[in-house]
Design a protein around this ligand. Structure first.
Ligand code: GAL
Length: 682
């Protein structure tokens, strides 16, 4: 079954509306409703006074209508009686200020008092509903860490000390790892250690990095506490919580190991011409977090949201296009926030499946159309997406470290990764994300974008990947720090200097007015010739080659002639190093060359168009505001019509059973690679 539905908040509506809700859900093809996310106050209006009667009715009603229930643990926002009696539950900011009530998610999920009450509620829900036939999954909390990513209060201080004891064992080792000889920071006992609260000037970088690790672990621990209760009640029911794509406060590689399936909330800005790239990157990250297994789009909007400065409506077809993008890239369901548009509260201007404009609206027509289409496509559930040939490393520790204060220049890790991802997306190359220590041998090329923190294991893994035939492209700031946020022993890149055949003498960022250009024509072999050109951003490094060739050099300016991009055959593979912060065209230039040399295939889809294969189906999606014609012989999976040329109106989608003679990926890889390069040089 494909999931189709959304957050359902009947507690915000009079009972009379519920029957209409269910009838309209059936009309829209809804298969699952997420119930109870913010219902704590209705389920437990006073301490220990539980009221499940209304929820019984809701769940039974959905079940009778054949709609499954993704039941939330309702712990995403504690009710006022709880915080009034126990203010210690309210989260504390780095400045020491406590949050107040009147919104949502103002609590510290790690507070022992909060855990007592939350776990008690979860226990009651588990006891009552764990064997209900409507239950298809448990939905723990909601977007852990979104409102309050970190807590800095006394209880978190105590938990941090416990975490540090487990990590370091002794105070000597902590003092050593944190370099506390600097600025008189040496600790005489664990009790003296504090959370990474506000400090007058630069905080200890190792402490700050450990607080990110601890804070991420604390969020996971809160999830784990509730999941354990649910699992004990009925191990057959899968448990998840909704992730938020590349969300800095939580290391989702770790968290993905804990859930039964990963799910994501994703809200591309409809007004952003690159919203589809934003979406694709998150779909690919989720598929990677899921280890290639299906994942779920737990929340998206049918049209506008309510939380941007300008909340644009989706254009006709845009919601459907973005939904198919998720299905094509591995989602086994499309869910929305929310079923019925709110009449009250802070989200009244947020779109929904059933808008306040009612069933005469375009949104409703699109919602019912998609529901019926997905009903017809349910055979795709569980099928794998075609394997990606390229991976980008995504590393939360590097993200935390590289954006710390007191670095050589301000960097934006996600923006840098996005730039390289976008260049690959525009080239029609499907991407996985991976960790630096993962087995990378299945990928023809791997990108390490400012993977700043590298362990010895990670460096050995990356070196082995290249020696065994991989094409590794690393950019500025890779391997600058060790896992304790200290300078890498032996200098930037650590042992990877051998892999790349270079040494980095100095980092040399510069203001935008002083940015050099680079230009190089690369002739690597008869088939592989290309050009890398364009301005570079803030980042530059002074690189000395010790075996690599400088394939692109900096143009006029103080770095003139210094290597900007180097290439080093190492074992059976190639280590590329990019010391310059390339802009998108420069990234694309280089990637065309790397892809051609590594034999990476491309769909050659025109800009703004995606073609992705999943299971037996090919999805062609036009995210542009202009029509496009594609030569894609096959049979339309929705209409059954045979096609040779697919004409896609703006935001239209084709789902095809491809003709066997022209299945994407069936072409000779080398020929595809040559195409890729020609497209670049034409
Ligand atoms: C999500 C949240 C939902 C809803 C939605 C609005 O972050 O999980 O409850 O608030 O945003 O876009």
């Amino acid at each position: 079954m494909l999931w189709y539905g959304g957050d359902y908040n009947p507690e915000q509506w009079p009972r009379e509306v519920w029957a209409e809700d269910i009838a309209l859900m059936q009309r829209a093809g809804v298969t699952v409703a997420t119930v109870g996310v913010f219902a704590w106050a209705k389920l437990e209006p006073a301490d220990g006074a539980f009221d499940f009667a209304w929820l019984d009715d809701v769940i039974d009603g959905l079940h009778e209508a054949g709609i499954g229930v993704d039941l939330a643990t309702a712990t995403a926002s504690p009710p006022p009686w709880l915080t009034a009696a126990h203010p210690d539950v309210l989260a504390v900011e780095a400045s020491g200020r406590r949050w107040s009530i009147g919104s949502r998610a103002h609590h510290n999920p790690g507070s022992p008092t909060f855990r007592y009450y939350a776990d008690r509620l979860v226990g009651k829900l588990a006891e009552r509903y764990a064997h209900h036939p409507a239950l298809v999954a448990w939905h723990v909390g909601n977007e852990f860490g979104n409102e309050v990513p970190r807590d800095y209060g006394a209880e978190s201080a105590a938990a941090f000390r416990t975490w540090l004891r487990a990590r370091y064992g002794t105070l000597e080792r902590l003092n050593d790892a944190w370099g506390t000889a600097f600025w008189s920071q040496q600790y005489g006992s664990f009790e003296e250690v504090q959370p990474a609260r506000d400090t007058p000037t630069f905080p200890n970088p190792a402490q700050a990095l450990d607080y990110e690790r601890f804070g991420s672990d604390a969020l996971i621990a809160a999830y784990r506490a509730e999941a354990a209760i649910l699992r004990a009640a009925n191990p057959a029911i899968p448990i998840t919580t909704n992730f938020m794509g590349p969300f800095k406060p939580a290391d989702y590689w770790k968290w993905a190991q804990e859930v039964d399936f990963v799910s994501d909330d994703c809200y591309p800005d409809p007004l952003d011409p690159e919203g589809h790239i934003y979406g694709a990157m998150r779909r690919d990250l989720l598929r990677s977090l899921a280890g290639g297994k299906p994942w779920l789009l737990m929340e998206q909007s049918t049209s506008a949201v309510n939380w941007r400065p300008i909340n644009g409506a989706k254009r006709p077809g845009q919601m459907r296009a973005l939904s198919y993008q998720a299905i094509a890239r591995g989602a086994d369901g499309i869910m929305f926030f929310q079923w019925r548009q709110a009449a009250r509260g802070a989200e009244k201007f947020h779109s929904a499946m059933l808008p306040s404009a009612g069933t005469g609206s375009r949104i409703w027509r699109e919602v019912t159309q998609l529901g019926h289409e997905l009903g017809a496509l349910e055979g795709i559930a569980g099928t794998p997406v075609e394997p990606a040939q390229v991976a980008i490393l995504f590393d939360w520790e590097s993200w935390w470290a590289v954006e710390q204060k007191a670095m050589p220049a301000r960097t934006d890790y996600l923006a840098a990764v996005t730039e390289w991802y976008s260049a690959l997306h525009e080239l029609g190359v499907l991407v996985d994300f991976a960790r630096p220590t993962d087995d990378l041998s299945g990928y023809r090329a791997v990108l390490a974008v400012s993977t700043t923190v590298l362990s010895d294991d990670a460096m050995h893994n990356l070196d082995r990947y290249v020696r065994e035939g991989g094409h590794l492209v690393a950019t500025y700031l890779t391997g600058v720090l060790d896992p304790a946020a200290g300078l890498m022993s032996g200098g930037p890149l650590g042992s990877l200097t051998e892999t790349f055949g270079i040494e980095i003498d100095e980092v040399s960022p510069r203001p935008p007015v002083d940015q050099p250009e680079i230009r190089a024509r690369l002739g690597l072999s008869v088939e592989v010739v290309g050009e890398v050109a364009g301005p570079v951003g803030v980042w530059a490094e002074i690189v000395r080659t010790t075996g690599a060739s400088a394939v692109a050099r900096y143009g006029p300016g103080d770095l003139e002639g210094s290597p900007a991009i180097t290439r080093h055959p190492h074992g059976r593979g190639i280590g590329w190093y990019v010391s310059a912060e390339l802009e998108r065209p420069g990234c694309a230039d280089l990637l065309r060359i790397v892809a051609a040399e590594a034999g990476v295939s491309s769909t050659n889809a025109p800009p703004g168009v995606e073609i992705v294969r999943r299971g037996d189906l090919v999805f062609a999606i036009n995210h542009r505001i202009t029509p496009v014609r594609l030569s894609l012989p096959g049979r339309d999976a929705l209409t059954g019509a045979a096609t040779n040329v697919v004409e896609l109106a703006p935001f239209d989608v084709a789902v095809l059973h491809p003709s066997s003679s022209d299945e994407p990926g069936a072409d000779d890889d080398r020929a595809r690679s040559a195409d890729l390069l020609q497209a670049s040089t034409a």
